[in-house]
Design a protein around this ligand. Structure first.
Ligand code: 13P
Length: 249
C-alpha cells in the first residue's frame, strides 16, 4: 500500500505567532483522517510546531538541510540538528532551492545521502520548467533529475523516499497541470523507477503532485491512479483550504 500524503510547504511564511495560530486552526478542524498530513514551517518555528503537534498525527517536516553533519557552514542546518528536535522528514530539491539558491543535482545527491545516513525520510521535489514542456523535453528533464540525484541509491533506500512532481510552471502561478498531464508524468516516473529498480519499488513509492493545488481542483488531481497526494504551497497557509485539500484525498 502506498502512503497517501498531503503536505503543506509553508515556504518563507508565518512568524511564531502565526505558526501557532495556523496549527491550532488546522488541529481544530481536522478531526480524523486516513491521510498522512504534514506541515513544513520555516526553521525558526520547527520546534514550536513540533511541540504543538506532539500529541497529534500531523507530522512536522523541514523544508531543507545541509549535507554536512556540522562545521563551518554559516547559516545552514544539518540533518543531525533536525533529528535532535524530533524532525525526521525533510523536503529536498524544491524548485525554489534549485532556481534561487543554485542547488543542482550533484548537491542534491549529497543532501539525499546525508538525510538517509541520518535515518530521515525525504520528500524529493523535481519537475520541468515551462520551456522544457514547450520543447517537449519534459520527460527527459524529469528522468535526468531522478537519475542524477536518486539513482545511485541502493534499492532498500527507497522505503525512505517520497517523490513530489512539481512542474515549475504550475508553482504559485494558479496554473495547474491538468489531471491528465499529472497522471501521464506520474506514470512515466513509475516506469522509469521500475526500469532502474523493480516493479515492487515503483509500485510502493508515493508520488505527490505539487503546483497550484487548491480546494477546487484537488479532488480531480488526486483521483488519478498514480497520484498519491499533494505538496501544497499557497493553499496550505489557510486552515480551511488546507483541510479541504486533505479531505479531497
Ligand atoms: P503552490 O501550491 O503555491 O503553487 O506551491 C506549490 C509548491 O511549491 C509546494 O512545494
Amino acid at each position: 500500500m502506498r502512503r497517501k500524503i498531503v503536505a503543506g510547504n509553508w515556504k518563507m511564511n508565518n512568524d511564531l505567532a502565526q505558526t501557532e495560530s495556523l496549527i491550532s486552526g488546522i488541529r481544530k478542524k481536522l478531526k480524523k483522517t486516513d491521510v498522512e498530513v504534514m506541515i513544513a514551517p520555516p526553521f525558526t518555528n520547527l520546534f514550536a510546531a513540533f511541540e504543538a503537534l506532539r500529541q497529534s498525527p500531523i507530522e512536522v517536516v523541514a523544508q531543507n538541510m545541509h549535507y554536512a553533519d556540522n562545521g563551518a557552514y554559516t547559516g545552514e542546518i544539518s540533518a543531525e540538528m533536525l533529528k535532535s528536535i524530533g524532525i525526521s522528514t525533510v523536503i529536498l530539491g524544491h524548485s525554489e532551492r534549485r532556481a534561487y539558491f543554485g542547488e543542482d543535482d550533484a548537491l542534491l545527491a549529497k543532501k539525499v545521502d546525508s538525510a538517509l545516513k541520518n535515518q530521515m525520510t525525504i520528500i524529493f521535489c523535481f519537475g520541468e520548467e515551462l520551456a522544457d514542456r514547450k520543447s517537449e523535453n519534459h520527460f527527459k528533464v524529469v528522468e535526468n533529475q531522478l537519475k542524477n540525484a536518486l539513482f545511485h541509491l541502493p534499492a532498500e533506500a527507497w522505503k525512505n523516499i517520497i517523490l513530489a512532481y512539481e512542474p515549475v510552471w504550475a508553482i504559485g502561478t494558479g496554473e495547474t497541470a491538468s489531471p491528465e498531464q499529472a497522471q501521464e508524468m506520474h506514470y512515466f516516473i513509475r516506469e522509469t523507477i521500475a526500469e532502474k529498480y523493480t516493479d515492487k519499488i515503483s509500485d510502493y513509492v508515493s508520488i505527490l503532485y505539487g503546483g497550484s493545488v487548491k480546494p477546487n481542483n484537488a479532488e480531480e488531481i488526486f483521483s488519478q491512479p498514480d497520484v498519491d497526494g499533494g505538496l501544497i504551497g499557497g493553499a496550505s497557509l489557510v486552515a480551511e483550504d488546507f483541510i479541504a485539500i486533505v479531505k479531497a484525498l
